[in-house]
Ligand binder design. Structure first.
Ligand code: ADP
Ligand code: MG
Length: 685
């Protein structure tokens, strides 16, 4: 049977209903999705050697007959060991397997091993990375083997088999080249179908680099085109010129701005007073005070008679902003609205009331609401704005490119185009920011208004008790504690919010404990946060939803479970919840298994001064893929990797300019135009 790109993978040989479910949970339901599930690395087992040619430390594939098999158990954990002798016509070598009982059945059979020659307390031997019978097709040995991230409980070996099956039986005529010919030849690229084959099953290093280059190039090209076109479009757009009310702006401040805040405000003011739409990214660590700047901008735009839209990534955070705006703006004659998928609120003065969604939307479109704060419900189908002068996006890194585009599209109006301000605590290298957010100017906040007094400790399992008793003492002194777990439900090896909640209640009997995770009802979440702010609960067990934005001024203690599972930038954000107003605080990073590399990584957190330094370290240690995460950027890992390739970035930009020069409408490259429209959705166009 030949597979089409559109074939559901439930019809692929080897995929039953259960497995189909696992794939589709991951968003892989069609053959086309599967062939774009790229390996994240390769094992080079391509060297096939005779036994007498093997060298110490070398990884190779060896064919032979397995003789004299001996099985026994060792150590406290009674680890199952199989020792055998692999023999070919050139000689013999000892082979040792750990925990792989099935290989005892391979005795006297012809087998293939891909492994490494090592010398340790077991003596000189071959340590297998892959073992299989020779009669089985050797997809997993004697080649450069693609390694895939597991999907649910599907392991790389299985995924490899399925992808191999699909590639071998694909109707390749459907895989159409879409890049213009002159681009392919000028920039020395391989074709799309060749690249797909080679990214999965390369024959040599060159295949890997050429196929990677092709995919990275095509995506970078599209992004550059998008940016270039956007710039062109923006040149023609007119934003409202905002008159700044200095005195009124001062009225919302109940503290002095830091020097960095002052500088950023000057930059924002200048942008707002011009007709060229502002496109500004305000970057600053947690607690550097980004919100107030967005409020100063919002106030002025609203006082000029334009609507302001403020989008935040979570319900809790959006709500907190809503309440904060209300109290800061209570002196002014401005209406502030709140919208999430669950509720709509109408706020004025220091008070707010619930109103129906229908009423709310009517009020918005009639411009009876001046400032609209909400979650991504703001980009809902049925919502229409009126005269938007400014869009603010908080915690920008949490949104995909798409969401921002949608919001701006909604706000576009024949005569006016909104100014745009985004806030983020994730420090981003310039090139990557360009790709993720388009061409934004950057304002930096490096200082915090209060000193950051957090002592950070990395804690192994044996010290858990000690930490608990220390924490208990601090709790008695009136401190508050948050325990963050990487999961919500019970799972293998990782600590989960729900079960940890029970444990913590047992351990800290004298204190009241709350629980918080993403899927809770909005009202429950708010109540918990409110109780925490009011000091009604002393301990909060939470998932990483607490990571973004939320302000808990009395929080001074934090335990992060399985901290090795979090990115450094993410950990830093969580720790940033502490010491908000300069209170001395403690963060305990618990690790289940303390390996050298995880310790090294975590240790970096203790030595840096700000998130920017940390981002650099994280980027180096984990690579850009892990650092940003696919979901956040909407880009495949491989492209994110490419963002670090400055040379390729330049080349792709050059190619984009050449294409535009030939035909700025792109219509004379119909296949490319189609892909561009799908992938490169631009702001307006
Ligand atoms: P973030 O940059 O993480 O979004 P916020 O805007 O939430 O930080 O500010 C953190 C806290 O610091 C808030 O309570 C805010 O009111 C306060 N704050 C902001 N700027 C100053 C300042 N210049 N002086 C004192 N407090 C400030
Ligand atoms: Mg914030």
């Amino acid at each position: 049977m030949k597979y089409s790109l559109g074939t559901s993978i439930q019809f692929v040989k080897g995929v039953g209903p259960k497995i189909f479910q696992i794939f589709s949970d991951e968003g892989i339901s069609k053959v086309e999705d599967l062939i774009y599930y790229f390996p994240f690395r390769y094992d080079d087992f391509s060297k096939v050697k005779k036994i007498n040619e093997l060298k110490l430390g070398e990884i190779a594939t060896v064919y032979g007959v397995l003789k004299t098999v001996k099985a026994y158990r060792i150590g406290k954990k009674k680890l199952f060991v199989v020792e055998g002798l692999l023999t070919d016509e050139s000689g013999s070598i000892r082979v040792i397997w750990f925990g792989q009982r099935y290989v005892t059945s391979f005795k006297d059979k012809e087998i293939i091993i891909a492994g490494k020659v090592v010398k340790n307390s077991f003596g000189l031997h071959l340590s297998p990375l892959q073992t299989q019978l020779k009669e089985k097709f050797n997809l997993h040995v004697a080649r450069i083997v693609p390694v895939y991230r597991s999907i649910g409980n599907l392991k790389t070996k299985f995924i490899r088999k399925i992808i191999f099956e699909v590639l071998n039986n694909l109707n390749w005529s459907e895989v159409k080249e879409f890049l213009p010919d002159f681009i392919i030849s000028k920039f020395n690229l391989i074709s799309l179908s060749e690249a797909i084959k080679k990214i999965h099953f390369p024959e040599n290093e060159e295949d890997i680099s050429k196929s990677k280059k092709r995919f990275i190039f095509q995506d970078l090209l599209i992004f550059h085109l998008k940016i270039l076109k956007e710039e062109k479009i923006l040149e023609k757009k007119t934003a409202p010129q905002i008159k700044i009310f200095e005195e009124k702006t001062k009225e919302i401040l109940d503290f002095d701005l830091t020097d960095d805040q002052k500088k950023a405000w000057e930059e924002i003011k200048k942008d707002l007073s011009q007709t060229k739409p502002m496109g500004r990214l305000l970057q600053g660590d947690v607690g550097t005070g980004k919100t107030i700047l967005s409020q100063m901008a919002a106030l002025n735009v609203a006082l000029n008679g334009y609507q302001v839209v403020f989008m935040a990534p979570t319900e809790i955070l959006a709500k907190q902003h809503f309440l904060n705006f209300l109290s800061r703006f209570s002196k002014f004659n401005l209406v502030i609205g709140f919208i999430s998928s669950k509720e709509t609120l109408f706020g004025f003065g220091n008070a707010w009331t619930k109103i129906s969604r229908k009423k709310f939307l009517e009020n918005v479109v009639m411009k009876k609401i001046d400032i609209i704060i909400g979650t991504h419900a703001l980009i809902g189908e049925d919502i229409r704005f009126k005269k938007i002068g400014l869009i603010i996006v908080d915690e920008q890194q949490r949104f995909g490119v798409e969401q921002r585009v949608k919001l701006i599209e909604k706000a576009d109006h024949p005569e006016i185009f909104p100014h745009f301000l985004s806030l983020t605590a994730t420090p981003i290298p310039r090139t990557i920011a360009l790709i993720l957010y388009g061409n934004l100017d950057v304002s930096l906040l490096k200082q915090r208004p209060y000193p950051f007094l957090v002592k950070i400790f990395i804690i192994g399992p044996d010290q858990r008790k000690k930490v608990y008793s220390l924490v208990e003492k601090k709790l008695r002194d009136g401190f508050q504690l948050v325990v963050i777990c990487p999961r919500v439900e019970e799972g293998k090896e990782l600590r989960a919010v729900k079960s940890e909640y029970k444990k913590i209640k047992e351990i800290f009997k004298d204190f009241s404990v709350g629980i918080l995770y993403g899927k809770m009802k909005a009202e429950e979440k708010e109540n918990v946060i409110k109780d925490m702010i009011e000091g009604k609960i002393q301990i909060l067990v939470s998932s990483s939803v607490l990571e973004v934005g939320v302000n808990l001024p009395k929080l001074n203690l934090m335990i992060i479970e399985n901290s090795e599972r979090f990115g450094l930038a993410q950990l830093y954000q969580m720790i940033g919840r502490l010491s908000r107003e300069g209170l001395e605080s403690f963060a305990f990073l618990f690790v289940e298994k303390l390996t050298k590399s995880s310790y090294q990584r975590l240790k970096a957190i203790k030595t840096v001064n700000n998130g920017f330094e940390l981002a650099e370290i994280d980027l180096k240690l984990r690579g850009p893929g892990e650092f940003f995460g696919k979901s956040q950027s909407g880009l495949p890992d491989i492209v994110i990797e490419g963002l670090n390739d400055k040379e390729l970035m330049e080349v792709a930009r050059k190619a984009a300019l050449e294409i535009l020069e030939k035909d700025s409408s792109l219509k004379s490259f119909p296949e490319f135009f189609e892909v561009f429209q799908k992938k490169g959705k631009i702001l307006l166009g």
